[in-house]
Design a protein around this ligand. Sequence first.
Ligand SMILES: [Fe+2]
Length: 191
Amino acid sequence: MFYLILRCVMHDDWLFLHQICVAYLSILISLSAKIMSDELILEVAKAGLLHDVGMVEIDPIQLKKPRHKQSCDERRVFELHPVKSFDILKEFSLSDEALLGILQHHESILGIGYPKGLKAHKVSYIARIIQTADEFAFIWKHSLSSESEKPVNQVFDRLRKLHFDKLDPFALAHLYYSFQKAPDFSFVKWA
Ligand SMILES: [Fe+2]
């Protein structure tokens, strides 16, 4: 698996840093929720760390292109990255729960996600954790880069505004609760 992490580093800095953030945030949610064994939390961390590894098959220039500027073909290729990640990682020692979380991390409880458009209870709880962490990390990064610094609570406000009905409320609540207990991240700057 270390080789795969290196592949991500060499392919695109943002891809690597994003997955580090998602792994960290997924661990925070999992610890706060207290519904998993230590072994399963380790699987969640591994899944967060490599959930987007399928993107190594997409040109880095395409990865940086905003979604609304992608052509239909580019979007189709991009939306296959959870399947690519799953295909790459099934050869490694990840649990079935972690693999399912990776495959479903862009599904939505409303049924408007991808690649399959699964609804609510068909989306695994690890996928819901990774998805919540993923969206938070995405908004956090873009907020910080556009205005240099942004209190975490404002990132939560934006996350709720954009994705409140699409994300798992349990995972979102535990991520919020984790930050309230954590040291003040309000003025963390993106390097
Ligand atoms: Fe993804």
